[in-house]
Design a binder for this molecule. Structure first.
Ligand code: AMP
Length: 408
């Protein structure tokens, strides 16, 4: 877990601002869900995933409830849907931290931030396209250009089940060729073996059956409609039949946004897919859903690698320098802030030289200097700090208007 300090923290807020603006322009409203849920909410997500079995921060609270810090937010959103029964399609977005007890490394932390959307209650393949397009457009709006969209389908439950059992028999027949880790994964969840990036497993995986052999007409046509929609919107993609995604609840369309320059284990910036049984599993009516989550931490690393979406200090407009005792600075700073300027000042009666240094460090474009002469005459001196404009003496009454002209 890390501390995020300025100016990086400002970059985090801007990241969420870009996301909010992308998805709210498509009619998505924000859900703010609690960080803690009853552990049962997450158990429904998949008893066979590491996220749930090994990585949850769970504990018994003072009221003897077994709770967990959320490892992801889709389950919380579905729980909220079941509890509040909003009209469908319910189009929502979220942001905030999640917690997983993973082995921390670059791009993988125990507290990490995600932004995401979910649409509940619509089966239409156009919804899949809308969701994927919003993720794609968001990453584009950050300035990222080297993102690859991977898409796959996992079919309906029954098709997925036939596929998984055929995959399992195949993997068992090649047990001796698999890595130790994949043999263990096979016991818990054969599908996840396809996620392995280990070289030893690759040869086995490349000969494995694919979901395509098990798809019925309706799944095929759903997938085709999604692909045609992406073509129509000119969003480039790659079909990747090995893409199974981490969590157990996915059905039909699954997708991932892979960053171009991160090492392969951490190159998934985000991803998502359809889950046609999660709401039901949580006690609600049968409701189709689809969504994605994009990791902020990892996406910002991809931005660093591509040299886009830099951290920047919003900075301030004006720094008030007062060598006349300080009370005029107090009044003027407050007045300018109320008029909408971003203003800072020095404290502790520092010397003129030290205040000017602070003004320079602050990034302000102008210093407003109040010396004894100015205070006596009811004027102030506007001194440019970042250009070679002349300094200017103005009457206190005109100061705000003059600054406004200069700053705009
Ligand atoms: P998931 O919820 O596992 O599908 O992950 C979606 C995205 O969240 C990933 O592509 C990452 O960008 C991000 N993510 C997941 N786990 C972590 C983590 N431990 N640290 C940082 N980012 C993560």
């Amino acid at each position: 877990m890390r501390d995020i300090l300025p100016p990086e923290s400002g970059r985090w807020s801007s990241f969420v601002d870009v996301f909010r603006s992308t998805v709210s322009s498509a009619g998505y409203g924000q859900v703010i869900a609690p960080l803690l849920e009853d552990i049962g909410v997450f158990h429904r997500v998949g008893e066979a995933t590491d996220v749930v079995t090994k990585e949850m921060y769970d504990f018994v609270d003072k009221g003897d409830r077994h709770v967990a810090l959320r490892p992801e937010q889709t389950a919380s959103i579905c729980r909220a849907f079941v509890q509040h029964r909003p009209a469908t399609p319910w189009k929502v977005w979220y942001t905030g931290p999640n917690f997983r007890y993973e082995k921390p490394q670059r791009g993988r932390y125990r507290q990490f931030e995600q932004v995401g959307i979910e649409v509940l209650g619509a089966d239409d393949p156009d919804v899949d396209v809308e969701v994927i397009a919003l993720g794609w457009d968001f990453l584009g709006a950050l300035g990222l250009r080297r993102v690859t969209l991977l898409v796959n389908t996992l079919g309906e439950s029954s098709e997925r089940e036939s596929f998984v059992s055929s995959l399992e028999s195949y993997l068992r027949s090649r047990l001796g060729d698999l890595s130790e880790e994949s043999v263990a994964t096979l016991e818990r969840n054969p599908l996840r073996v396809l996620d392995s990036k280990r070289e030893r497993d690759q040869a086995v995986i490349s000969g494995a059956p694919t979901i395509m052999e098990f798809l019925g007409e309706s799944s095929k046509s759903h997938f085709d409609r999604v692909l045609r929609g992406l073509d129509l919107l000119q969003i480039p993609y790659r079909i990747d039949n090995r893409l199974v995604r981490g969590l157990d609840y996915y059905r039909q369309t699954t997708f991932e946004f892979a960053g171009g320059t991160l090492e392969s284990a951490q190159n998934a910036l985000g991803g998502g897919g359809r889950y046609d049984s999660l709401v039901e599993d949580l006690g609600g009516p049968a409701t189709p859903g689809i969504g994605f989550a994009i990791g902020l931490d990892r996406t910002l690393l991809a931005c660093d690698d591509e040299g886009v979406f830099p951290a920047f200090d919003l900075g301030i407009d004006v720094f008030v320098v007062d060598t006349a005792g300080g009370s005029e600075a107090l009044r003027l700073t407050n007045q300018l802030r109320r008029e909408g300027f971003r203003v800072d000042r020095a404290f502790d009666n520092r010397s003129m030289k030290s205040q000017m240094k602070a003004a320079d460090r602050s990034g302000a474009r102008y210093a407003v200097i109040l010396g004894e002469d100015e205070v006596r005459a009811g004027t102030a001196l506007i001194k440019p700090l970042r250009s070679d404009e002349d300094q200017q003496s103005v009457s206190s009454g005109d100061l705000a208007a003059r600054l406004m002209e200069k700053i705009q």
